[in-house]
Design a protein around this ligand. Structure first.
Ligand code: SER
Ligand code: ZN
Length: 679
């Protein structure tokens, strides 16, 4: 028997579609086993495609019921149709209309791609290529169409009928138990953003007025009886809408925005235009069962899907190789949102921990791939930490390189130049080049090169000349150097060495573009400790050969909270491997508690949380001994706990809620609980 290996698809082989679909009119008659879809497609030859080319529509597991061209049935020999596609050898070389009737079984659809049922609710998932399981189509992201969808269902089985865009009309189907709703989405979109929902659902809703003064009806729909548990998700939608207006000038663009929670869902959630569909674990929360981390995840994923409305929907991807264009950018946007909602330092630390735990190993293993892959057999395998998380780090580096003003101007330009279009990574970078006047061609290598670069640093102080030479070197395989923004500063025994200067460091950032470079700082009166990669300014592995004493100095005096946390982690790692300075460590943590405990308790909690056993194991070069790690970690915890006890007790009392204060899931209360958990 032959096993089928799907053919590799290459970025280099991209060609525009030979045909375009301007309008899609769908009539979907929902039925548990025999849902009938009538699709009227307004097609035309693509001037950018090949003239006279056959029309090849994608299909997956489809059954064709009827086919008309401009209202007349096609001659039997003029087309072929099977489960996996429909082809018309000689389509008209002018605009024409194709009417396609297909039938699908949503109950039998256990792939959860296309149209399926979840707990009795009809719903869809079309990214990356699920729409071809509903009707035959040019199922590729660079074919953008305006959709009108009529949905019909049994009124008792599916009293709520939702589609993309805005509701147009609806009502009973006379003489039957059925009803219908028509939705129209004026924004051209690729098929992967199509969605519909039909079922028994309860909404929680409110109204949001956009900065453009339009009222939007915002609703979160959940299974009957669970609406109370959706209040936090609804609140997160409203905060996301306001934040995207304030941070990026992006307003919502329809009269309604719906979120639906379903219990069977492959991905976390999906950003379908005007109709986001969620795995219900990212919507439902109640104070009795949800943790602070659950609330934070709901807030982040709600924001992520909402932000896609601009970064993904209004500007979409030309092809699936450009997935990072929407995902990396949208993860960056949701990270910034969460940082503004919560403690920025705490959030950055969480992001970096996740990156190191998931993306670094991926980048070092057999599944490593560039942020923009160049070939795939199955696109669904590329929804990875590299595309999402490292993709977000690239956008963050871009902001660090250009500064906040030029970055924002570049984003505005990207949206303006590509609105309603399917874009590429090149289009994205071009917008920033245009606004900043910078050449980003070397920076673009971050999209193409897999692997985590190594950054090594070593310094030499000259007491007589009062200079400090810092040598930075990078390596990644044997390839060309990357452009690495290194945020840095020098820290003396008593705090920041503000007088030290280096002409190549601007706004606290040195851009390492060579394999190796030596920076000379002048006016350095004492041997400094370099604080490197502040805020984790680039996704690299840093090797700086700092001593325990150096780390303790950074923990005590660095102005960068990320590096203070990093220093605490480094000392804890060293102590668990048999270091000696645990009294000094406890003292430094104590001072941090005094300063930050009440001001940013969530940050203090993280700084006090010594690395997990897993993180310790990851750091070990030699064979891992779980018992030894457990024993060393427990001993260090006990020692620190005893030393810090009086301060922790005092902080506990200071942060305790007054009796009778109701529970709140908000960030401030969560931070107070976080430090309580350490104590
Ligand atoms: N496009 C979806 C998302 O990332 C897929 O999970 O939001
Ligand atoms: Zn996404």
């Amino acid at each position: 028997m032959r096993t089928e290996t799907p053919p590799l698809i290459h970025l280099a082989d991209y060609r525009p579609s030979d045909h375009l679909i301007e309008r899609v009119d769908l009539d979907v008659r929902l039925d548990p086993h025999r849902t009938r879809i009538t699709a009227v497609l307004s097609l035309r030859p693509n001037p950018a495609g090949e003239a006279g080319a056959p029309l090849r529509l994608d299909g997956d597991d489809l059954r064709l019921v009827a086919l008309d061209l401009d209202g007349a049935p096609l001659a039997p020999g003029s087309f072929t149709a099977g489960p996996q596609g429909l082809e018309i050898a000689e389509p008209p070389q002018r605009p024409f209309t194709l009417t396609i009737v297909t039938e699908v079984d949503p109950t039998a659809n256990t792939k959860l791609m296309g149209l399926y049922r979840s707990g009795g609710v009809y719903c869809t998932q079309c990214e990356a290529d699920g729409f071809r399981r509903i009707t035959y189509f040019l199922d590729r992201p660079d074919v953008l169409s305006v959709y009108t969808t009529r949905i019909e269902a049994d009124a008792a089985e599916a009293p709520v009928l939702l589609g993309n865009g805005d509701p147009v009309e609806g009502g009973p189907v006379p003489g039957t138990d059925r009803h219908y709703a028509v939705w129209h989405d004026p924004h051209p979109k690729p098929a992967y953003l199509f969605a519909l929902v039909g079922g028994r659902l309860d909404p929680v809703e409110t109204t949001f007025r956009t900065l453009e003064g339009r009222d939007v009806r915002v609703a979160v729909h959940v299974e009957p009886g669970k609406a109370e548990r959706a209040a936090y998700a609804l609140d997160a939608v409203i905060r996301s809408m306001r934040w995207d207006e304030e941070a990026f000038g992006r307003a919502y663009d329809l009269a309604v925005f719906n979120v639906v929670a379903v219990s069977d869902f492959n991905m976390g959630a999906m950003e379908n235009k005007g109709l986001n569909i969620f795995n219900d674990k990212y919507v439902l929360a109640s104070p009795e069962t949800a943790t602070d981390a659950d609330y934070a995840a709901i807030e982040a994923i709600i924001a992520h899907e909402y932000f896609h409305n601009w970064s993904g929907n209004r500007v979409t991807c030309r092809d699936w190789f450009q997935l990072c264009l929407k995902e990396g950018l949208t993860v960056f946007r949701d990270q910034e949102f969460s940082s503004d909602m919560r403690s920025r330092a705490v959030h950055r630390i969480a992001e970096v921990r996740a990156l190191r735990a998931r993306q670094f190993p991926e980048d070092a293993g057999p599944l490593r791939h560039p942020v923009r892959p160049t070939a795939y057999a199955e696109i669904n395998n590329f929804y990875t930490a590299t595309v999402y998380e490292k993709g977000a780090e690239i956008v963050r580096m871009l902001k660090t390189l250009l500064g906040p003003e030029a970055f924002r101007a570049g984003m505005d330009r990207y949206y303006a130049d590509n609105d309603g279009r399917a874009a590429t990574v090149e289009d994205f970078l071009k917008a920033f080049e245009a606004e900043s006047g910078r050449d980003l061609s070397a920076f673009a290598q971050w999209y193409a090169r897999p692997g985590t670069p190594q950054l090594t640093a070593s310094g030499r102080h000259d007491a007589t000349a009062r200079t400090y030479d810092l040598t930075l070197a990078q390596s990644l395989d044997d390839g060309e150097p990357l452009v690495i923004p290194v945020a840095l500063g020098l820290v003396g025994a008593g705090g920041a060495l503000d007088g030290a200067t280096c002409p190549e460091v601007r706004d606290g950032v040195y851009v390492l573009a060579a394999r190796e470079a030596t920076l000379r700082f002048s006016e350095v009166p004492e041997p400094p400790v370099p604080s490197l990669l502040r805020g984790f300014s680039a996704p690299v592995r840093l090797q700086a050969d700092l001593s325990e004493g150096d780390h303790l100095r950074l923990l005590a005096h660095d102005t960068d909270p990320f590096n203070r946390w990093q220093a605490a982690q480094s000392v804890a790692h060293a102590l668990m491997r048999g270091g000696s300075a645990s009294a000094a460590f406890a003292e430094a943590l104590g001072r941090l508690l005094d300063r930050e405990g009440a001001r940013d308790p969530a940050f203090a909690a993280l700084a006090l949380a010594i690395p997990s056993e897993g993180e310790v194991a990851n750091e070990m070069r030699a064979e891992v001994d779980p018992d030894a790690i457990h024993a060393a970690r427990s001993a260090l915890r006990r020692e620190l706990g005893l030393a810090l006890r009086p301060r922790l007790d005092a902080l506990w009392d200071a942060l305790a809620e007054a009796p009778g204060v109701p529970y709140s899931p908000d960030a401030a209360a969560a931070g107070r609980r976080g430090v309580g958990a350490v104590g």
